[in-house]
Design a protein around this ligand. Structure first.
Ligand code: ZN
Ligand code: FE
Length: 259
């Protein structure tokens, strides 16, 4: 049995904790800080941290890797194209790996960084996607290294995953992303409903994740660049005819950077 919980870190990061409750083994995704993971392990002394999965090289995702690896001996998996501390297995596009007895497929998704990877576990009922800073709930990562065209293609690879895929991203950005989504699509009832839902959750301190691919397709403007109304808003923003979906994406991304 796999259980997944979020360990909060810094202001708005989540370190995803995957727990194999039968074997009492666990894995973490993007431990930017070792402290929350070590605290959990201290409270669960009969558990072993066996694996550390890393999506990209930013400090808030790798800051705790070396310390955790030294203390627990966990195996560190990370993108081949980036410098990842203590990385033991360098991952490339379409690699298949086994963690906690589950198979994960690796997607290389340039955009936020050039070597950014996501981890996908195919499952008949609820597939799992650990999307790092590429696909967020109702948003996407900033383009620190890649081009809009690269990020657009990366997001398209994720958009075709099964609708019931659970999306585990690294940051609690959902509400601010939804405010932007509402500006892009003021008449989208799914966005309005999600704002009400997430506002209530956040008011009581409840996490807004995981999301689902189905919900993202209905409420994430960066996955909705083919909608006429989205294109028109993008055209309004950069005062030009964005005549391709990736041009609409580029316009939305630059708008969001200043929103
Ligand atoms: Zn990042
Ligand atoms: Fe981040």
């Amino acid at each position: 049995m796999l259980q997944i919980d979020a360990l909060p870190a810094f202001n708005d990061n989540y370190i995803w904790l995957l727990q194999d409750t039968t074997q009492k083994r666990c894995a973490v995704v993007d431990p930017g800080d070792a402290a929350p993971v070590l605290a959990w392990l201290k409270q669960h002394p009969d558990w072993v941290l066996s694996d550390i999965l890393v999506t990209h090289h930013h400090f808030d995702h790798v800051g705790g890797v070396e310390q955790l690896c030294n203390i627990t001996g966990a195996k560190v998996w990370g993108p081949a194209q980036e410098n990842i501390p203590a990385r033991q297995v360098a991952l490339n596009d379409n690699d298949h790996i086994t963690v906690l007895g589950l198979e994960f497929e690796v997607f290389v998704l340039p955009g936020h960084t050039l070597g950014h990877i996501a981890y996908y576990h195919a499952d008949a009922s609820t597939p799992l996607l650990f999307s790092g800073d590429t696909l967020f709930a109702a948003g996407c990562g900033r383009l620190f290294e890649g081009s809009p065209e690269q990020m657009y293609r990366s997001l398209n690879r994720l958009a075709v995953l099964p609708a019931q895929t659970a999306v585990y991203c690294t940051h609690e950005y959902t509400l601010s992303n939804l405010r932007f989504a509402h500006a892009v699509e003021p008449n989208n009832p799914d966005i309005a409903a999600r704002i009400a839902q997430v506002t209530a959750w956040r008011a009581e301190g409840t996490i807004s994740l995981p999301s689902s691919m189905a919900l993202e397709l209905r409420t994430n403007p960066f996955l909705r660049v083919n909608e006429t109304s989205v294109k028109e808003k993008a055209d309004e923003w950069n005062k030009q005819d964005n005549d391709s979906p990736s041009a609409v994406f580029a316009s939305l991304r630059s708008w969001k950077d200043k929103f």
